[in-house]
Design a protein around this ligand. Structure first.
Ligand code: HEC
Ligand code: HEC
Length: 399
């Protein structure tokens, strides 16, 4: 359609077709700014960081056919974007330290071993790594996970990478930290299915090699072989599961670390107010928000209501971290969206006043999200040899 190339066509609504029209770009910009001023009620109850208007992009060079055709929104300058990004985000720390559980090499080594040990499950066939595969960015790639007796859970398994930074654990934030979280899966009947924590400790005590490892990790404890020390060891290991990537390099001053597309995506992430919910070092994980902010999201899951019993918490979930998001499909608590494109569309539709993205905007956003893919420290996650079972180690129980 030749008419779509006429410079004075103003589209009635924002659509993929607006790409080639300079006026549409202005219209989009205008709408973006209106959105910033009137649409920021989304997260008010949580005192989120507010999106600030982004610096006005430089006008495209007149008569530059390439710019008009390929990119309606010019890439913002990397230096400007660095300043903007530093207002909302921070580089990942080397480890997520906690005063309640100082990290030591001995604890980490024990925690790593326990993380991989399937004998801590009823049928000796499920470990933490079954659902949070460390060489797969900490997820299992399925809608909902499979545990004991191949039973399915009711929520998608989030990644363990960078999770220790979150304000709380699980989609509904029902546990305060990774230490408290670690005790849950052991006795969840559809996960590791142990009868209780006493049974878990009985198994651990029956494996001779663990006694020395617990002693080394908790030298001051009279009786180091406890479920709380299990949790501390696993927690200490998880506190080191950080994945810095190009975005951290960018935040630390390397203005070339992000592509042009990623820079535009970052600007859009701020303009479209994604940043009011997904911010901080883990680009999320800092607050609870309702899924279906602007439009009812179809889910049976009551979310945080199950934790607080407060009707206002219905369908409220922890805002997930977007670190490594390109690697952790499928998406959302229900694992209902198979691709990042769908997930981004869903967010636009249900969480933001913007409502939808053009193809180009979505591609830019995804380029930005891909810059959040970090590096896995292969040495850190290497599976250690497991200590051998003893004569009293319970046999696998398939029932
Ligand atoms: C059978 C699969 C399965 C096993 C085994 C399992 N998990 Fe999970 N994990 C999940 C699911 C599903 C969730 C989300 C559940 C929810 O939010 O209600 C989860 C949540 C988590 C979280 C919270 C992350 C976040 O962003 O909130 C952490 C941390 C975690 N698991 C660590 C572990 C550890 C450590 C073990 C081993 C002791 C373990 N998991 C065993 C499936 C599993
Ligand atoms: C009002 C708060 C809010 C805003 C604004 C928001 N999000 Fe989200 N986001 C959430 C919550 C809450 C979830 C988890 C929802 C669920 O699973 O039920 C989520 C989930 C996601 C997920 C899936 C994460 C995963 O691990 O499954 C992606 C991707 C995402 N958001 C991207 C974006 C983008 C891009 C924007 C801007 C267009 C945005 N979000 C705006 C709150 C928000």
């Amino acid at each position: 359609m030749s008419i779509s190339l006429l410079p004075l066509t103003v589209p009635s609504r924002l659509s993929a077709g607006s790409r080639a029209r300079p006026l549409a770009r202005l219209a989009a910009l205008g709408l973006g700014l209106v959105a910033l001023t009137v649409g920021s009620t989304a997260c008010d109850n949580q005192e989120p960081m507010r999106a600030r208007p982004a610096p006005a992009p430089a006008p495209a060079a007149d008569g530059d056919a390439k710019v008009v055709k390929k990119a309606s929104r010019p890439a913002p300058s990397a230096d400007q974007m660095q300043l903007l990004a530093k207002k909302f985000f921070a580089p990942l720390p080397a480890r997520a330290e906690s005063p309640n559980n100082p990290i030591t090499a001995e604890k980490v080594s024990l925690g790593r071993t326990l993380y991989y040990d399937p004998r801590l499950s009823k049928n000796h066939d499920v470990s933490c790594n079954t659902c949070h595969l460390l060489d797969k960015y900490g997820v299992d790639g399925t809608k909902v996970s499979t545990g004991h007796k191949r039973q399915l859970g009711d929520r998608n398994a989030p990644t363990v990478y960078n999770a220790a930074l979150h304000l709380a654990q699980f989609w509904d934030g029902r546990e305060p930290d990774v230490e408290a979280q670690a005790k849950g899966p052991l006795i969840n009947p559809v996960e590791m299915a142990m009868t209780d924590h006493v049974a878990v400790m009985k198994t651990i005590k029956s494996i001779p090699g663990y006694a020395d490892m617990f002693k080394a990790a908790f030298p001051e404890d009279k009786d180091p072989l406890t479920i709380d020390n299990f949790a501390k060891a696993v927690g200490a290991f998880e506190r080191g599961l950080m994945t810095p990537g190009p975005f951290d390099t960018f935040l630390q001053g390397d203005s070339k670390a992000l592509s042009k597309e990623a820079l535009r995506g970052l600007q859009l992430f701020v303009d479209a107010q994604c940043v009011t919910c997904h911010a901080g070092a883990s680009i999320g994980g800092t607050q609870f928000q309702k899924i279906g902010n602007l439009k009812e999201y179809p889910t049976e899951d009551l979310g945080r209501f199950k934790v607080t019993n407060n009707p206002a918490d219905t369908k409220v979930f922890k805002v997930p971290s977007l670190r490594n998001i390109a690697k952790t499909a499928p998406y959302f608590h229900d694992g209902s969206k198979a691709t990042l494109e769908e997930a981004v569309n869903t967010m636009a539709e249900y969480q933001t006043v913007k409502g939808s993205f053009t193809d180009e905007e979505r591609a830019d956003l995804i380029a930005f999200l891909e810059s959040l893919t970090g590096e896995i420290d292969q040495e850190y996650i290497k599976q250690p040899p497991l200590p051998e079972s003893g004569p009293k180690t319970p046999k696998p129980d398939p029932n």
